[in-house]
Design a protein around this ligand. Structure first.
Ligand code: NAD
Length: 362
């Protein structure tokens, strides 16, 4: 099993280091190789995704990714900005299915801005299509309007599009994932207004015929955004397009109140995947040893489950995280009165200790 380790920038190096210590504690045999990505790669090689990094990622069974970016790169030409590395990896590895679980840990119920009874026990999975939709559709650009409300004015335009195979494959991913959960899928669209999403809805309905054991319902995106804050627990698996998924997955993530806790996975059709925390490189706290490493540690657990076929080891990590939270340890982002504030390294130590069954202090 080969893992490409790409820590990236900012807190990326600190949180990935803890995830690696956790993987090491499992006593499984992995080959791990580290490479530069993002701003760090730009500084060293003049490009955020150097050929050698891309080659390593392509050859690995899985990529463990930290985060990229820093405000100091904001003035670079777009293709050289750190965030382009993620788009390049998604494109080159064909990572079309993004899994974003939003789980509310019992001990962190108070961290949400919603009432505890709305989110206690929350466990939903958003599956976002990642390589199509308005983000990649051509043509796009700027021009002088020839029609519309202001002919002759400058205008900009993008193209929303999905092909049948793109919708079919993401629908199958969602139905398969639902089979391992509570067998319910909500497909989110805007079929009442957009042709692309009427097409999406039709195809999801067709694919559903192959999954009679799964309950499917359809919901417009505006209603889904509302229901997520009104009654989030009524969802189980949500499947949607790239843009709606971008927005809804961030909304769902914040239901749990703690961005430092949320893992994610992006998979291709051969289950090769890129695993990363949902948050960014947090330049404001980088180098201070205070970042929460749990989202990255939980991403490593997803990696074991989805790409490396090690479900039992994934369970061990997830149980260790729950155990550490129950013991009262908290990084600053999830700290509350009555709990013990710890840094990145101590949080990693505690998870390692829980895995190797040593006593946890705190
Ligand atoms: P961010 O997620 O980096 O930070 C938002 C806030 O959350 C900050 O206050 C930060 O301190 C806090 N935070 C984030 N992760 C945390 C953790 N593990 N523990 C404790 N606190 C944490 O988002 P931002 O500030 O908007 O962006 C910073 C940089 O990250 C930008 O350059 C942006 O482009 C980049 N970014 C990268 C990714 C990625 O690599 N996938 C994703 C989002 C943003």
């Amino acid at each position: 099993m080969k893992i490409a380790v790409l820590p990236g920038d900012g807190i990326g190096t600190e949180i990935v280091a803890e995830a690696i210590r956790v993987l090491d504690a499992l006593d499984l045999s992995f080959e791990m190789e580290t490479a530069l990505v993002g701003g760090a790669a730009y500084e060293a090689h003049g490009h955020p995704l150097p050929e050698a990094t891309l080659k390593l990622a392509k050859e690995a069974d899985a990529v463990l990714f930290g985060a990229v970016g820093d405000w100091k790169y904001d003035k670079l030409d777009r293709p050289l900005r750190p965030e382009q590395a993620i788009l390049g990896l998604r494109k080159n590895l064909g990572l079309f299915a993004n899994f974003r679980p939003a789980i509310c840990y019992e001990q962190l119920v108070g961290a949400s801005s919603l009432k505890p009874e709305l989110i206690a026990g929350l466990d939903i999975l958003i599956i976002r299509e990642l390589t199509g939709d308005i983000y990649f559709g051509q043509p796009r650009g700027r021009r002088t309007a020839v029609d519309g409300h202001f002919p002759g004015a400058d205008e900009a335009f993008d193209t929303m599009r999905y092909s049948r195979p793109e919708v079919e494959r993401i629908a199958r991913v969602a139905f398969e994932a639902a089979r391992k959960r509570s067998k319910r899928v909500t497909s989110v669209d805007k079929a009442n207004v957009l042709e692309t999403f009427q097409f999406w809805k039709d195809i999801v309905t067709e694919v559903h015929k192959d999954y009679p054991d799964i309950e499917l319902d359809h919901m417009y995106v505006d209603n889904a955004a509302m229901q997520l804050v009104k009654a989030p627990k009524k969802f189980d698996v949500i499947v949607t397009g790239n843009m709606f998924g971008d927005i809804l997955s961030d909304e769902a993530a914040m239901l749990t109140g703690s961005i430092g806790m949320l893992p994610s996975a992006s998979l291709n059709s051969s289950n090769q995947g890129l695993y990363e925390p949902s948050h960014g490189s947090a330049p404001d706290i980088a180098g201070k040893g205070v970042a929460n490493p749990l989202a990255t540690i939980l991403s490593a657990a997803m990696m074991l489950r989805f790409s490396l076929n090690q479900a039992e080891a994934a369970d061990r990590i997830e149980s260790a995280v729950k155990h550490v939270l129950a013991s009262g340890l908290r990084t600053g982002d999830i700290w509350s009165e009555g709990t013990k504030r710890v840094g990145t390294r101590e949080m990693g130590d505690a998870v390692v200790a829980a895995i190797t069954k040593k006593t946890i202090t705190g």
